[in-house]
Design a protein around this ligand. Structure first.
Ligand code: MSP
Length: 647
């Protein structure tokens, strides 16, 4: 019988737009799911949004919207983002779904009836950001470690979940199932929490303080604490308790979360499940944070990385690949565009891209683009261990994917790619082609290389599904067929002889940093479509409201001075009068000489955060129309005083 694999992401709060961190977790789940598809398992992937609680109400108020309108809007930002990142979830759950609410009520009633919930008065330190009480020992210098704010002391009568009853059971369960929480460092962290006595969990909020939540089924005056509500999404989405999905999928569930929500998932959730008589999950897979310039990504620090912008500039597969390659699952990583570009140029354009185009070019040159017939003995003779390198990579692929060690998986696949590149150097097909007597050897070498590429396309499938399909198409195979099944990757000689191969393409064009800096300094238009390097017919960007537009300060300016920047062929350094003099670096040197620019009226975005471009601090951005062969600087058609705003 086929195995089953059920994977979940956290359901994301709708108090902020999706960013790189959310995208990472959701791509991880997608990669893991695709891997289990490769094994022939029946898979199910759940994600969604967490929509109740103080945080959300406050965010809705800030936007002057009703909670309902607000949650609908932000939830759809998440829902619409995932297909853009080629994420194939099966269900999108919202905590405002009536079916979810019904399950929360049912589970609460069940636990209440069994005597694990009691009512009492409590005074404690409450962090509104985290929506929970903190014990003194959990605070850092008296402050919430996440929000770095002092919690407020509040006193309330509330309902409490007797977690302490299950503390010993949980400790035993973790010891008996060493990979229940993984990687190990997080298991140890949970065990360390459990060394202290567990306090009962406050699971209600009085309606006098908060109305945006699920009413307790046993007390009309209270709503449910968001975590008790949110965690139940993992079962409500499967139509707990009687749904077919629940019965089939739940025994195989694995969660993916980051370390910020280890405690609710490592402690509250298994205890809630136990108390409700539901079997606990198989694995909790915990990853670290993506930081930017050494600090956590946050709206207030203004360092939030937008996944769509990166996808649009660098291409989706390159972006997915980078996230999986760069982060060691469980540890923190620092995001930088420099590192992304380096990976694209070395791993994708050089190693994989070159291998692919070299092999296909040789198949076209020596065999007119038809997969050659081979003599089995000769083929074996010139294989030089290529098959065992492939099998080694596949074994490592399986071993590491199961435990979410994606960076190791990618490293193993790249080892095979390097072996393929070495194989070309060792067999030197161009030398074989010179001698008529070596025709059979040449056929076998090219055949082996094409078959090796088939295996590589399968192994990169979970990370870069589009590229895998493109490779398949150019290997003359139907990308609609499930080419990625592990069983078929383990067999050699699966490439059909006589297949006609389409012309080769460059899988990953190299990224020219200087050109990109030039382009983004003239028009930082994150919305271009297509892969890196292709900037034709960009799709229109998503709609914005008038308030967002009003934040952009656009001024008329006059260029006072223009000079070239040494070693930067495409850049000019401009001194522009916009009522004050600004230095602006613009990527227009391909179309304008310095003397063309002096005295010219230009249009400037004046409040763009300054950025260093080729060593010069650019304080503003020049607007220009970018075309394939050059650019056209935007200007005004009558005399306008420098500094005049555009509206
Ligand atoms: N709503 C809760 C989860 C309830 S699950 C029953 C919540 N939401 S959240 O919007 O704050 O999402 C937190 C999750 O987003 C993290 O656990 C992680 O999956 C992802 N990330 C958010 N920021 C991140 C980074 N900077 N780096 C990596 N992942 C991050 O908590």
């Amino acid at each position: 019988m086929a195995e089953t694999f059920y994977i979940t992401t956290p359901i994301y709060y709708v108090n902020a737009r999706p960013h790189l961190g959310h995208a990472y977790t959701t791509i991880v789940a997608d990669v893991a799911r695709r891997f289990h598809d490769m094994r022939g398992a029946k898979t199910f992937f759940l994600t969604g949004t967490d929509e109740h609680g103080d945080k959300i109400i406050r965010a809705a108020r800030r936007e002057n919207l009703s909670p309902r309108t607000y949650v609908d809007e932000i939830s759809s930002l998440f829902r619409n983002l995932w297909p853009e990142l080629n994420i194939k979830h099966d269900h999108f759950v919202r905590t405002t779904d009536p079916s979810h609410i019904a399950v929360v009520e049912q589970v609460l009633q069940k636990i209440y009836d069994s005597g694990d919930i009691h009512f009492s008065e409590y005074e404690g330190k409450y962090c509104f950001g985290c929506e929970r009480f903190y014990a003194d020992r959990e605070l850092v210098d008296g402050k919430c470690p996440d929000h770095e704010t002092e919690p407020e002391t509040i006193k309330e009568a509330n309902y409490f979940f007797r977690m302490s009853r299950y503390q010993d059971w949980l400790i035993e369960h973790i010891h008996a199932n060493p990979d229940f929480i993984r990687p190990e460092r997080y298991k140890n962290e949970v065990l360390a929490f459990l060394r202290e006595p567990l306090e009962d969990l406050c699971i209600s909020r009085p309606k006098t303080r908060l109305r945006w939540g699920i009413t307790l089924p046993f007390d009309e005056e209270y709503v449910t604490y968001v975590w008790f509500d949110a965690l139940l999404n993992y079962v409500s989405a499967l139509e707990y308790p009687d749904g077919d999905r629940f019965k089939k999928l739940w025994p195989h569930v694995q969660h993916v979360v980051a370390k910020d929500i280890l405690k609710p998932h490592g402690i509250y959730w298994p205890i809630m499940l136990k108390a409700a008589g539901i079997p606990v999950y198989q694995h909790l897979n915990v990853h670290g944070y993506w930081n930017v310039e050494q600090s956590k990504m946050s709206k207030s620090l203004g360092n939030v990385v937008e996944p769509l912008q990166l996808k649009n500039v660098y291409g989706l597969d390159a972006f997915r690949f980078f996230l999986m390659r760069e982060m060691s699952f469980g540890l923190d990583s620092t995001f930088s565009e420099d590192a992304l570009v380096q990976r694209i140029n070395s791993d994708l354009a050089n190693d994989l891209g070159n291998l692919f185009s070299r092999v296909l070019a040789m198949a076209h040159k020596y065999f007119k683009g038809v997969v050659p017939e081979t003599d089995p003995d000769i083929e074996e003779e010139v294989r030089f261990g290529l098959k065992s390198h492939a099998l080694k990579a596949i074994a490592e692929f399986e071993r590491t994917m199961v435990v979410f060690a994606f960076n190791k998986t990618v490293a193993a696949v790249w080892e095979f790619i390097n072996e393929m590149n070495k194989y070309i150097d060792v067999t030197a097909p161009w030398e074989l082609a010179k001698q008529k007597s070596c025709r059979k050897q040449l056929q076998a070498v090219i055949y082996n290389l094409l078959d090796g590429l088939r295996i590589i396309s399968g192994l990169i499938y979970p990370f870069m599904p589009d590229t895998a399909c493109t490779m398949q198409k150019h290997l003359g195979r139907d990308p609609e067929e499930p080419f990625y099944l592990l069983d078929s990757l383990k067999s050699w000689n699966m490439t059909q002889r006589g297949t006609v191969l389409p012309k080769s393409i460059a899988l990953f064009p190299r990224i020219d940093r200087e050109k990109m800096a030039a382009e983004s300094s003239t028009a930082k238009s994150g919305g271009q479509g297509g892969t890196a390097g292709s900037r034709l017919s960009p799709p229109l960007k998503p709609e914005i409201d008038i308030e967002t537009l009003a934040k952009v300060d656009i001024r008329v300016g006059t260029v006072v001075k223009a000079t070239v920047i040494p070693r930067a062929k495409k850049l000019l350094k401009l001194e522009v009068d916009i009522g004050e003099t600004r230095t602006i670096v613009a990527g227009i040197a391909g179309s304008y000489a310095p003397e063309d620019m002096t005295g010219k009226p230009v249009i400037v975005v004046a409040n763009l955060k300054p950025a260093k471009i080729m060593g010069v601090l650019s304080n503003g951005m020049l607007l220009a129309a970018l075309e394939k062969h050059g650019c056209n600087v935007a200007t005004v058609d009558k005399d306008v005083k420098p500094g005049t705003p555009l509206s």
